[in-house]
Design a protein around this ligand. Structure first.
Ligand code: PLP
Length: 367
């Protein structure tokens, strides 16, 4: 069976360094907010090309804390609206509703699957305070028109970069394309820890300081609390592991890109719609997502030939029980995407022969 993703394999290549890093932390006797977290924050900020990086407990917290930070700074208040793509992963939406804000859904572009800039403006109201573009599957949203809207209407741009470590838009990396960005280091992400982890990146000094405090019990000085904060910190052990893996992210993304290009150049089947790579940047290939009308049939066909696929995601946010009757609109483009998408195996540990095997199978798929 060609597995969709084998995390053991992905981490095995760094086995020695990871064990050394963990041992270093164990031996240090310092497990929360120590040298490893400081080092990772510094290097990840440099990697993204941003002034600040704040390590947090996970990607959802990164997004939630950015909005919370803006609330504490008086930029956003309860009941305000935040624009978000209708087809995003649930975490983006949760970060908004958790802050007593209203997620306003905008349809994605059918080619890139990212929020369609031309559909944003008609959803902007007096209550709109921010747009949260999601760089879905590893490709940046079209940020220039989004940033133009932000200037015109005085909105904050908060990127969800959880799937886009290393992706580039017009020469700049995901994570420094707006006012603030949330990253996830969930094990399956391009830069993955061996547990939960996340980070906020921003050039905004006030926001960075506020988020750092909120994530640490609302405290800047031990036992003095300026905000009703939370406990959301990146573990020292996870930071030590991420310090190892950050060194290899560009190499590993390059490997993903080579394999993705093989798929792109060699899959030829009119039943299959291939991913579209926009000319404005590079794709981090967190996921290689094709579309096909008889998705279940296609997935079963591949499975019967020993190839495991996934669906990211089968149910859109507006059809989740958690948000029953929350939105009234119709989202036909998101529906179409959710009903037809299928993620093929693609990561830095796949052999070229595996990608060739899958390609041949797809080329002989009769529908
Ligand atoms: C993974 C992911 C998140 C959440 O990250 P966690 O670390 O799992 O909390 C948020 N947004 C998107 C688009 C993601 O893929």
């Amino acid at each position: 069976m060609i597995e969709f993703l084998n995390l053991k394999k992905i981490n095995a290549v760094h086995y020695k360094e990871i064990i050394e890093a963990i041992t270093r932390v164990v031996d240090s006797g310092w497990y929360i907010m120590g040298e490893e977290v400081r080092k990772f924050e510094k290097h990840f900020a440099q990697y993204v090309g941003c002034k600040h990086c704040i390590g947090v407990a996970n990607g959802l917290d990164a997004l939630t804390l950015i909005l919370r930070g803006y609330k504490e700074l008086g930029v956003i208040t309860d009941g305000d609206e935040v624009i978000v793509p209708a087809n995003t992963y649930i975490a983006t939406i949760l970060s908004i509703s958790e802050n007593n804000l209203k997620p306003v859904l905008v349809e994605p572009d059918i080619k890139t699957y990212n929020i369609a800039p031309i559909d944003i403006e008609k959803k902007i109201t007096d209550k709109t305070k921010a747009i949260m573009p999601v760089h879905l599957f590893g490709q940046c949203a079209d940020m220039d028109p989004i940033n133009n809207l932000a200037q015109k209407y005085n909105l904050k741009i908060i990127e969800d970069s959880a799937q886009a470590h290393g992706a580039i838009y017009m020469g700049k990396k995901a994570g420094c394309l707006g006012d603030a960005s949330g990253f996830s280091f969930y094990p399956g992400k391009n830069l993955g820890a061996l547990g939960d982890g996340g980070a906020v990146t921003t050039n905004d000094d006030d926001l960075a300081e506020t988020i750092r405090a909120i994530g640490n019990y609302g405290s800047q000085k031990k036992y003095y609390n300026d905000y009703r904060g939370v406990n959301s910190r990146l573990d020292e052990i996870q930071a030590a592991i991420l310090n190892v893996k950050l060194k290899y992210i560009d190499f590993e993304n390059k490997k993903r890109n080579e394999l993705a290009n093989y798929y792109l150049d060699h899959i030829q089947n009119e039943k299959i719609i291939m991913p579209f790579v926009a000319e404005y940047g590079t794709h981090a290939w967190h996921l290689f997502v094709i579309r096909t009308n008889r998705r279940n049939h296609f997935q079963k066909y591949l499975y019967n030939h020993q190839v495991q696929t996934m669906t990211h995601y089968p149910v859109p946010p507006y059809k989740q029980k958690a948000y029953h009757k929350y939105w009234r609109g119709e989202y036909p483009i998101s529906d179409q995407i959710h009903n037809t998408i299928c993620s093929l195996p693609l990561n830095q540990m796949n052999e070229k022969a595996e990608i060739q095997f899958i390609t041949n199978l797809i080329n002989t798929y009769a529908g």
